[in-house]
Write a protein that binds this ligand. Sequence first.
Ligand code: NAD
Length: 379
Amino acid sequence: MTEIIKIPCIAGDGIGDDIWSASREIFEEALIKGTAGQKKIKWIPLLAGLKALEKEDKLLPDKTLETVKEYKIAIKGPLTTPVGGGFRSVNVHLRQIFDLYTCVRPVRYFKGLPSPLKTPEKVDVIILRENTEDIYKGIEWKEGTEESKMILDFLKNKMNVSLSSDTGIGIKPISKTGTVRFTKWAIDYAIKNKRRSITVVHKGNIMKYTEGAFREWAYEVAKEYPKAISFEESDEKILFNDRIADNMFMQMILRPDEYDILLCPNLNGDYLSDACAALIGGLGVAPGANIGDNVAIFEPTHGSAPKYAGKDMVNPTSLILSGALMFRYMGFDAVATLIEKAVEETIQNGLVTYDLARQMVDVKPVSSSRFGREVAERL
Ligand code: NAD
């Protein structure tokens, strides 16, 4: 008998509908094929972002939050945060509500993708980004406000630090608790997935008690795994090392094959995700997952790109591959592999959307919907 698997989904704003329409059938087909007809998807569509604001006067309706909490999983497209919408970012807020403390962003070259690198096949890294701390806590005060004046006075009178009176203030919190649980998650992930190395990416030479501490705490955790982790090159164990962030950006371009898992505080992970995506075709192909102890939400790395909305033009690959990550997380490895192979084959056949075609010579772009159909046919 066929088992029905219910999955909450949020199409998202801007290009959300374009990429969702191109991906939905791929997910449905792949689950049926990858489980020999034993499982079938039933979507539970949910509202969030601008559509939710229009219909329910709320960016994140209670029903959406309750349903995601109940099913512990969701797949979503990008959400626009309206300026003055009450949230700094609806996406960041969603990650904080469900304490989705690890963001997983695999960046792997598929044959056929355009790249500014001479040997892009050397790119195969997983960016693990701490998702709840750092400047994304949103603790900041505008220049000239009563609050920023209070902080400036406190710094001057209690800490002997004098700053110009027209200074804006931001606070960058990174805790030992947050870093330890994130590093444990990363090491468990590396062991389970047989990865080669973990590199801590930090700017600890300048921010000693935030990023420097992140590095120290990560090493402390790593030392608790002597059977699995080594701090020197070793054939059997996972190499644990670190790089200063600016150097890491250079290394990813010059020697990408020397890196495997990048363990990043929130902001470094944000920057590196887009920079690494650029090496393998751009944001349109970079998938992502936000994972906590109870809930996981899968989503593309890119935003809602409003100027392309409704044009059936953008690349749905990032969402399609985020779906593959979701199936792997659910234990359907064969389904995930089917999707990844079909995407790779489609791209190798020169069937790509405008964002990739414009980086290639003599390649005519296909629409989002056509790309989706071509992937579905190759499952
Ligand atoms: P964006 O990622 O939406 O777009 C930047 C550019 O990248 C686009 O103009 C387009 O050229 C390209 N691009 C993005 N996705 C593409 C795709 N699938 N195919 C082809 N090209 C693609 O970033 P932005 O313009 O800075 O942000 C727009 C909105 O998205 C903002 O409201 C922002 O808050 C939101 N946002 C949401 C998420 C999320 O939902 N997780 C992430 C980032 C930004």
